[in-house]
Write a protein that binds this ligand. Structure first.
Ligand SMILES: Cc1ncc(COP(=O)(O)O)c(C=O)c1O
Length: 436
């Protein structure tokens, strides 16, 4: 009997997150607090003091190789379905007639729809422990917002969520999910903040984007009469740290079936699910123990590692700082809307940027239609619907499997399925013209 679904017993769940920073060949470049100033991480962390937890401020540059996952967080992880299964996509392999073995890490099985719970649970747990009274979040595709709405409610918080309007229009049920959990929900740009009004007053149907949305959330938190925690969905080192639970589980799961990966693949918005899968393996490559290939997958409309530059830049326009050393298309670049809203950033996280610059990670980009076609193929063959974002990783996995077919190699390919696409169906239908 061959089992294609590799599970880990709950007591085998990793008890520590992996911090890659001390293992990097050199320190990650420090951020710059404000335009014209010198890099200084302490000053930047000071700017975040009122809206971040002390734990997050420490974790952002933790000087230790591993950070213990609190027991309450472990319990919550298990309650929502961690460890998630590793799944062999045997029907896809047969369809492609490839000698490669394709494994999918199934973060889509988590109940709010994606891997975002891995960081939202600890973030809100620390916020509660440190006396915060209210949770605010921005969300693009709605995956962060869904996780925030659910966890905030379960931990006894009221939450306010701003969601990019264009994405809300293509996936309105994400808003319904957040409201169902009791969150206050607002499409962005909104008339509720100064920054939102700048766009809303000119065009109440303004499509919005993640940067405007994040600025609305930050302004709302700053003006709130409650001590308000602003959730971070990606980009920051401490968020990446939490996501390493993905790769740490995969390592154990591959050991169970005695497999060694050749290629590890994930889609990229700012980088946290890709890094979550790959960093435990990147660690072994840096230490000279292994030689894996890592492929970060972008949308062709925003691939800063391919079309941009590695330099200091801002995260959002009309701000003075902080600035991070990262691959960027330029902060004022307008990226057209795509169904996979979660991949639409002009920058990539400092850790990912560093690894790409050092040529440890390779980056590829795909057009929307070819990615969603790959997602549709998997829906039929493997019977789960990948999030639009995850379909980009699937497309790269298929291309690697087809290369293995040409060379006859029995390659082992592992791709992260960052989320499920039940609420992306309208997007699939629109791009693949399924109504006709
Ligand atoms: C399903 C899904 N996958 C991937 C991403 C990309 O984020 P990151 O690059 O941080 O993994 C997002 C972001 O919203 C998402 O919702």
């Amino acid at each position: 009997m061959i089992y294609d679904r590799i599970t880990l017993p709950v007591n085998e769940i990793p008890k520590f997150w992996l911090n890659i920073l001390p293992s990097l060949p050199e320190p990650l470049p420090d951020p710059i607090p404000k335009i014209g100033e010198k890099p200084c991480r302490e000053k930047v962390l000071k700017m975040f003091e009122s809206s971040w937890t002390k734990e997050a401020l420490w974790q952002e540059y933790a000087p230790v190789a591993r950070v213990r996952v609190p027991d309450e967080v472990l319990e919550y992880y298990i309650r929502v379905g961690r460890p998630t299964p590793l799944y062999r996509a045997r029907r896809l392999e047969e369809y492609l007639r490839t000698p490669a073995r394709i494994y999918f890490k199934r973060e889509d099985t988590l109940p709010t729809g994606s891997f975002k719970l891995n960081t939202i649970i600890p973030q809100i747990y620390y916020a509660k422990k440190e006396g915060f009274e209210f949770i605010v979040s921005s969300t693009g595709a709605g995956q962060t917002g869904s996780a925030v709405a659910a966890v905030a409610r379960a931990m006894g918080f009221k939450a306010k969520i701003f969601m990019v309007r264009s994405k809300y229009k293509s996936a309105p049920l994400r808003g319904t999910f957040m409201k169902l959990c009791g969150a206050e929900f607002t499409p962005s740009p909104s008339p509720e903040t100064e920054i939102g009004r700048k766009y809303y007053s000119v065009n109440p149907e303004h499509p919005g984007d993640l940067e405007i949305c994040a600025k609305e959330a930050a302004e709302w938190a700053q003006k709130s009469k409650f001590k308000t925690y602003v959730v971070k969905g990606s980009f920051f080192n401490f968020v990446v740290l939490h996501q390493t639970i993905i790769g740490l589980e995969v390592k154990k799961q591959l050991e169970i079936i005695d497999e060694t990966p050749d290629v590890l693949i994930g889609c990229v918005g700012a980088g946290s699910n890709f890094l979550g899968l790959t960093l435990p393996f990147v660690h072994d490559v840096i230490k000279g123990k292994e030689n894996y290939k890592f492929i970060a997958v972008r949308s062709d409309v925003c691939a800063p590692e391919i079309n941009g530059e590695y330099r200091y830049d801002l995260l959002a326009p009309d701000t003075e700082g902080p600035l991070y050393k990262m691959y960027t298309l330029g902060v004022t670049t307008e990226v057209p809307p795509i169904i996979a809203e979660g991949l639409r950033h002009h920058f990539s996280s400092p850790i990912l940027s560093y690894l790409v610059n050092k040529k440890i990670v390779k980056v590829v980009a795909y057009k929307e239609k070819e990615a969603l076609k790959a997602g549709a193929l998997v829906t039929g063959l493997e019977n789960f619907i990948p999030a639009a974002e995850s379909s980009y990783a699937i497309k790269a996995a298929i291309d690697e499997a087809l290369k293995a077919k040409e060379t006859g190699e029995e390659k082992v390919i592992v791709a992260n399925i960052s989320g499920n696409g039940f609420l992306d169906l309208a997007g699939y239908a629109q791009v693949l013209k399924l109504e006709k």
